[in-house]
Ligand binder design. Structure first.
Ligand SMILES: [Zn+2]
Length: 144
């Protein structure tokens, strides 16, 4: 009954993020390439997310986008039982996870294709990008 699958995707008319600046670049690159890219410091090689202008490890403002492995593990989650946006009503309850990517950064997204009773910290997951436009791909995860 709590099974998540492709048919549980919210409809296309759901509210969508309207990111700006470096966040807009993050979502656009995901839509364009089909891969989550995160910032990597050009001086100390530290990964960072969400996007920002300076490295928290060394202070450098030199960086580039770096493709991720698209894999991680569940670090935390919440289960939503009430839909603020009616577009989500048929998906209730749904799971939002914080995933620690193999690169060490944490990324938020929906977890699909899982029984809620199977949720656990450290669950291996893979990214499923949900491309909504040329400028935006939503981030979902699925067990791997
Ligand atoms: Zn650095």
């Amino acid at each position: 009954m709590n099974q998540r699958d492709e048919s549980s995707l919210p409809p296309i008319d759901r509210m969508l993020p309207n990111p700006s600046g470096l966040n807009a670049d993050f979502y656009r690159i995901a839509a364009e390439t089909g891969v989550i890219n995160i910032q990597r410091c050009s001086d100390c090689s530290a990964y960072r997310h969400p996007p920002r202008f300076r490295c928290a490890a060394c202070g450098s403002d030199a960086w580039s986008w770096s493709p991720t492995s698209m894999r991680g593990v569940v670090w935390s989650w919440t289960i939503t039982h009430r839909a603020i946006d009616p577009a989500f009503a048929e998906q209730l309850p749904y799971v939002v996870v914080v995933v620690e990517m193999e690169e060490g950064v944490r990324v938020v997204g929906n977890l699909r294709s899982i029984e809620i009773s199977e949720l656990r910290i450290g669950l291996p997951v893979a990214v499923l990008l949900d491309k909504r436009s040329e400028a935006l791909a939503l981030i979902d995860f699925t067990p791997r």
